[in-house]
Design a protein around this ligand. Sequence first.
Ligand code: PLP
Length: 235
Amino acid sequence: MAADMQTSIATGLEQVRREMEQAGKLSPYGNKPQLVAVTKTVDVSRIEEAIACGVQAVGENRVQELLEKYAVIGNKVDWHLIGSLQTNKVKYIVDKVAMVHSLDREELAQELQKRCAAIGRTLPVLVQVNLTREESKSGFYEEDVIPFLQKAIAYPNLAIMGLMTIGLPSIDPEETRPVFRRLRELKEEISQLALPGVEMKYLSMGMSHDYPVAITEGANFVRVGSAIFGKRFYP
Ligand SMILES: *Cc1c(COP(=O)(O)O)cnc(C)c1O
């Protein structure tokens, strides 16, 4: 069983890496896509297998799950928080995560600032943008992003390094292309403003069903789970 799992993770990773490379070549934006292997619902032994296959960054969307896995795996891998973060949980993760992709509201920025200042670290964060305006999704509406970033100096312990979005669940990833394109344009608009405390370096976009399209639109972080680990089974 374990051997089969390892083979399938290795195979999944190989295919994802190959597609990332191909899409990177097709992209006119010179982006070098990095993989965040999304390990939600994936158990520790399978995460260890992925690490053995060269995975350097994993993404979790729930604090409790991240903490349980972190307690076993530790800093062998970079932990990226990619899901919505309650302010009362911030204190548990600020000393553990390499990056938060889901800065989705001002109140969260304030809490992250407070907790990072308390431990004397600067935390890389990405601003999540709800471009598709679905109520079920978190993130700033696009018109609220720049007003928020104009206040970035209020958060000296946050390194605001880019934008994140979630595309559409549609089968045809081409339908999401305009969403990814819009995030790239927004990043460029923000870069031009040269806002103090804001560096627009990263675009985190693309999941298992649409990461090649996201890369051709400039993604440099893709968050890929099921294409590596197989379909998720929720208990
Ligand atoms: C689960 C998740 C992913 C990965 O989804 P897959 O379809 O399994 O690749 C990416 N981003 C976020 C925010 C997620 O919650």
